[in-house]
Write a protein that binds this ligand. Structure first.
Ligand code: SF4
Length: 252
């Protein structure tokens, strides 16, 4: 049984939401430790190389594999000292809980949000970023305003069994707070998504396509490809705000 009064955290910072439905909104990012997938294929976490047919590696792997467990009061005090956590939430900043895979700690997140309400009188706007392989508990859904799902394709190097749980996808698909984000580096990668839409595994109205890019040059080039794909397929598009503004600078 996990201790429910702590959270295993890798990092936290205050910035702008860089993507998705709420792009541009001031937000506090709380990155929880641990993930149930290794995008890049098993072994990528050790040697940094691509395995099992992967075409990309998780860009936060070095961060979410680190971390420390904090009692809630310590975590809040440390975030208050770093970026006025409570004050910013009071003023309406979103709380974006990300990972790794944050739903591995979903019972603890429920306790943390209850703690925030009971001890600080705040019920923030909560966004959770998930790989959509774990079904949320009803008590967590009641506190979440946006489910930012990023199901993984075969180019992640993960087996279908590990990365795609149709029952969980259906749960999110039936939830009005969900968007499914897919990141593409090339047009042909859309074929797998197209097949999912055709076979009704996923609803096109909930999909947002984003360019894979870690430099401004790459972003500008791929933005055009994604824009044309979205126009042709009548899907929603989103760019990458942080790369557009800060290019390859990290920690912003
Ligand atoms: S699911 Fe997300 S956090 Fe986990 S390895 Fe894949 S990209 Fe990284």
């Amino acid at each position: 049984m996990q201790n429910q009064e702590i959270l295993a955290v890798s990092e936290s910072f205050y910035s702008l939401q860089g993507e998705g439905k709420t792009m541009g909104i001031p937000a506090i990012f709380l990155r929880l430790s641990g993930c149930n997938l290794i995008c890049g294929g098993k072994g990528a976490e050790k040697d940094g190389a691509l395995h099992n047919g992967a075409t990309w590696i998780c860009d936060t792997i070095d961060v979410w594999m680190q971390g420390q467990s904090y009692p809630f009061d310590e975590l809040i005090a440390s975030m208050n000292a770093s970026f006025q956590f409570v004050k910013r939430l009071e003023k309406g900043a979103h709380l974006v809980i990300t990972g790794g895979e944050p739903l591995l700690q979903q019972q603890r997140i429920i306790h943390f949000l209850t703690y925030l309400e009971q001890n600080h009188g705040i019920c923030p706007i909560v966004e959770i970023e998930t790989n959509a392989t774990i079904e949320p508990l009803a008590a967590l859904d009641a506190r979440v305003h946006y489910w930012n799902c990023s199901p993984k394709l075969s180019n992640s190097g993960m087996s279908l069994q590990a990365r795609w749980k149709q029952q969980v996808i259906d749960w999110f698909g039936n939830n009005p707070k969900t968007m499914f984000k897919f990141v593409l580096a090339a047009k042909y990668e859309f074929e797998e998504i197209d097949e999912m839409i055709r076979s009704k595994q996923i609803d096109a109205s909930k999909i947002v396509l984003m360019p894979a890019a870690d430099s401004i040059e790459q972003l500008l080039e791929r933005n055009k490809m994604i824009a044309q794909l979205c126009i042709d397929q009548q899907l929603r598009m989103c760019t990458r705000l942080h790369v557009e503004i800060w290019n390859q600078l990290t920690g912003v």
